[in-house]
Design a protein. Structure first.
Lengths: 157, 127
């Protein structure tokens, strides 16, 4: 096994699933999820109480992101939210190696919609690469996997 | 804090560099310089409005989202493309962007849209 294969085989993401309009986190991934949610809400929603923060992170970020990915599943392979710092970053990994300008307009509309709810958020499109170089753009460790189709790197791990 | 005029000069210099760059030889730099031209076009708008400076790309994004949503899509696309141009490998960049994408979309559509929008805004402000 090459180094790249070894790296891919080790799953760093907290994998989320969605059922009946709710976010489902496995006990194994719960700690990562809590850290991300806390950081995201610290960065974006200073004035909001803790319990409400988590609910808003789920209802205003995670669920809409998942729904958006489902609506664009013909083009989107995966979607990740790394542990936030000063703002919330979202990376939409596409199936195509070519930058999709139509999807980019949809990504911009999504970003504007999320920002309109009071979140400091930047959404980026990452076109497919031959060797899954997404780690060039964000730290996989602790990232939330909001959406992934079978065949995505983490699905294989 | 740079003045609107200082941002205008930076934007104009970047535009000159952009026009001098060969798209065939330096397509990634064409994308990058396009974005940094837009950065100064927007910072000029911001300074002219007395809204201070953007601390980073994210705060500029937030400023555009809140006060100039008409150019948000163009800015978002250029920020995204520039990020890929700066940090991705050359091989990936050439898979992501074709020559016509850069000439027709990045420069002729999105950069020009932001330049025209800013020119109108600044003209309205000066009346």
């Amino acid at each position: 096994m090459t180094l790249a294969e070894t790296a891919r085989a080790r799953r760093h993401f907290a994998r989320l699933s969605f059922e009946d309009g709710e976010v489902v986190v496995t006990p194994k991934d719960r700690a990562i999820f809590v850290i991300s949610a806390e950081k995201a809400t610290e960065a974006c929603l200073d004035a909001v109480q803790d319990k409400e923060r988590f609910e808003r992170f789920e209802s205003e970020i995670l669920l809409p992101l998942h729904d958006w990915c489902l609506a664009n599943r013909d083009k989107v392979r995966a979607c990740y939210v790394p542990i936030p710092t000063t703002h919330l970053s979202v990376f939409v990994v596409t199936k195509s190696a070519r930058f999709d300008f139509d999807l980019a307009a949809a990504v911009a509309a999504l970003e504007l919609d999320l920002a309109g709810k009071g979140w400091r958020v930047v959404v980026s499109q990452l076109p497919s690469t031959s060797d899954d170089s997404s780690s060039t753009y964000f730290n996989h460790e602790g990232a939330l996997e909001v959406y992934a189709q079978p065949g995505s790197a983490s699905e294989e791990g | 804090m740079p003045s609107p005029d200082q941002h205008r000069k930076k934007a104009e210099n970047n535009r000159k560099l952009l026009d001098a760059l060969s798209l065939d030889d330096f397509p990634d730099w064409v994308v990058t310089v396009t974005f940094y031209t837009v950065v100064h076009v927007i910072e000029r708008l911001r300074a002219a409005a007395g809204d201070g400076d953007s601390a980073d790309h994210e705060s500029r994004t937030q400023y555009v989202q809140q006060l100039h949503p008409a150019i948000h899509t163009a800015y978002s696309v250029l920020r995204n493309a520039s990020h890929l141009a700066r940090y991705g490998s050359n091989a990936d960049f050439f898979r992501h962007f074709q020559r016509e994408d850069i000439a027709d979309r990045i420069v002729a559509t999105f950069l020009v849209a932001i330049e025209e929008y800013a020119a109108t805004q600044l003209e309205n402000r000066s009346r």
